[in-house]
Write a protein that binds this ligand. Structure first.
Ligand SMILES: *Cc1c(COP(=O)(O)O)cnc(C)c1O
Length: 430
């Protein structure tokens, strides 16, 4: 962790090795005037100068001589935002971090900043739908081509490289919704050979479970909307990495404009302080849920990297400290049976998103992929009976009991694929 000269002070007497200690203390600034414990919300759009000489001093040194945070305008920086950036950099063991208005704003700002016309990008499949959409449609308009390769196929990844044109490899880990885990060492090894930059969307892992920067990944991205803020009440995004690269992104943010509001920075900072507690409980509950579902006769398949049956269990066990709070599974039934099961669940809300204190549940076929045909969905690997369960911090026994009662109506025999398709077609007649 490096801190810039005019970084806000943290309590240097505290050992900052543990993630919860870092979450609570790094970056958090005390208000000099009142001695308030928490970082003040500096709700201002611009900053003022005493006189022209002070302005000239600022232009020369970017400080007003007292070592304190100074900026000239809100789009270029804000102390409430900077405090969170330092916390997040420390959590990912990176040199610095840059905060954005949303996770998507972080992805798009990064790629617009580092890529030029004629560049080529490789991304792994089973990824956040809007990221893929941005690469395949928006970047394409600027003459940037994207190749999508199957997650986990490192030969395909290497074969897709166009020497001197491929600039970026983008992957999520774990992925959405199948929780595939990228072999970070392998990706870094391939990328370095061809001098390609790497981005890992680590949203599902959080820095508590996985720190891609320690494996040599160049840019680590989180939708802070999810676990980092943790309360389903704000949107934000962050990228952590090497100081000079993050500086370039901050400069670009001053042009592209995707700043996070100081009020939201405050809420995010407050949320991050309990990250370790929340995520460790979510890991434990998710593991219990995955094991319970795996042995349930009304469930066809469970996708959770903490299960030995998951294709990436070994990689996950090697590079993660915990397996995360999302469990995906296939109900032994069709689209409507699956919907009925979801409607019978009492604790989780039906909603997209994940990582907050409230459990959320969704059927991707109806939520994120609603407007696609069954064929298009299957081409993206989305089955009608797939459920994504994003576990909150409710008590594990309550969640297991809820699953038990909600699954109890499902007959134990399997429904044929043909019937599933027929029912799907009928769905839109009503
Ligand atoms: C939610 C999410 C995003 C987008 O983040 P927003 O904050 O919603 O813009 C990107 N990647 C992953 C893996 C996500 O879950």
């Amino acid at each position: 962790m490096t801190q810039s000269q005019n970084a806000p002070v943290c309590n240097e007497k505290i050992n900052l090795e543990g993630d919860s200690t870092r979450s609570v203390h790094v970056g958090t600034t005390r208000n000099k005037a009142y001695g308030a414990l928490t970082t003040p919300i500096v709700q201002t759009a611009t900053y003022t100068f005493r006189d022209t000489a002070a302005l000239v001093d600022f232009m020369e040194a970017k400080t007003w001589g007292d070592g304190e945070f100074r900026e000239e305008y809100g789009r270029y920086g804000n102390p409430s935002v900077q405090a969170v950036e330092q916390k997040l950099a420390a959590l990912d063991s990176a040199e610095d971090a840059v905060l954005y208005a949303s996770g998507m704003n972080a992805v798009t700002s990064l790629l617009l900043t580092v890529l030029s016309s004629g560049a080529h990008v490789i991304m792994t499949d089973d990824c956040y739908r809007r990221t893929r959409q941005f690469c395949l449609t928006y970047l394409k308009r600027f003459g940037i081509e994207t190749t999508v390769v199957p997650m986990g196929d490192y030969d395909a990844l290497e074969a897709a490289i166009i020497p001197k044109k491929t600039r970026f490899i983008i992957s999520e880990s774990p992925t959405n919704p199948y929780l595939r885990v990228a072999d970070l060492e392998h990706i870094v090894e391939i990328a370095r050979q061809y001098r390609i930059r790497t981005l890992i969307d680590s949203t599902f892992a959080t820095p508590v479970n996985q720190r891609p920067y320690e494996f040599g990944i160049d840019f680590v991205l989180h939708s802070a909307t999810k676990y980092l803020s943790g309360h389903n009440d704000i949107l934000a995004g962050v990228i952590a990495g090497r100081a000079d690269r993050i500086k370039a992104l901050k400069d670009a943010r001053g042009v592209l404009g995707g700043v996070v509001d100081p009020q939201n920075a405050f809420l995010l900072e407050r949320g991050i302080k309990t990250l370790g507690l929340r995520v460790r409980q979510q890991n434990a509950t998710a593991q219990a849920v995955a094991e319970y579902l795996q042995s349930h006769p009304a469930i066809e398949r469970v996708w959770y990297p903490g299960l030995a049956s998951h294709p990436d269990h070994d990689i996950a066990a090697r590079q993660m400290a915990g397996f995360g709070g999302v469990v995906s599974f296939e109900v032994a039934g069709d689209l409507e049976t699956t919907s009925r099961f979801i409607d019978r669940m009492r604790i989780p809300y039906i909603a997209p998103s994940l990582g907050g204190v409230e459990s959320l549940i969704e059927q991707p076929a109806i939520m994120s992929f609603y407007e696609l045909s069954t064929e298009e969905r299957l081409a993206l690997g989305m089955k009608d009976n797939l459920v994504r369960f994003a576990i909150g911090i409710e008590d594990v026994d309550d969640i297991l009991n809820d699953l038990e009662q909600a699954l109890s109506f499902i007959p134990r025999q399997r429904v044929s694929v043909r019937l599933v398709e027929q029912l799907w077609e009928q769905r839109f007649r009503y």
